[in-house]
Design a protein around this ligand. Structure first.
Ligand code: DQA
Length: 147
């Protein structure tokens, strides 16, 4: 089983970006923890990050043939991007929406998600640990829907 962990805009700045909200782990720290967990779960992971909406759409299209499921922290595009939503629908892939912060406890413009209705579920508010939770969740989901 191969899982794509796809990260959107500004997540390359994790570690120094608003640490009170997003914590002090860098994306590289999170990737290392996910790789360790993936090994324990017997799956492989690929990590990608882009600040560009179209590049995220391209990565979702590529995942159709390259991955079994996707964990997507779309950053601010979560709240604005019909293109990302359409890409998830178009690929028909199992995608988990992920956020470090609890977007519902923040500004009202973060309460809307364009992508949640086409994702299998949402994990948010658990900081960097959410990546591990999402990995466990998608592996369980894909295992239950295998065959
Ligand atoms: C985020 C939440 C978004 O609202 C924000 O724009 C981000 C990060 C999170 O992981 O908490 O860039 O996706």
């Amino acid at each position: 089983m191969h899982i794509l962990v796809l990260n959107g805009p500004n997540l390359n700045l994790l570690g120094t970006r608003e640490p009170d909200i997003y914590g002090r782990d860098t994306l590289a720290d999170i990737e290392a923890a996910c790789r360790t967990l993936a090994g324990d779960l017997g799956v492989t992971v690929a990590f990608e990050q882009s600040n560009h909406e179209g590049a995220l759409v391209d990565a979702l299209h590529a995942a159709r043939t390259g991955a079994d499921g996707v964990i997507l922290n779309a950053g601010a595009y979560t709240h604005t991007s019909i293109a990302l939503r359409d890409a998830i629908s178009a690929t028909g892939m199992a995608v988990i929406e992920l956020h470090l912060s609890n977007t519902h406890a923040r500004e009202t413009f973060r309460h809307v998600s364009m992508i949640a209705p086409v994702c299998i579920g949402v994990i948010q508010g658990f900081g960097a640990a959410g990546y591990g939770l999402a990995l466990r969740a998608i592996v369980a989901h894909l295992g239950a829907h295998a065959g």
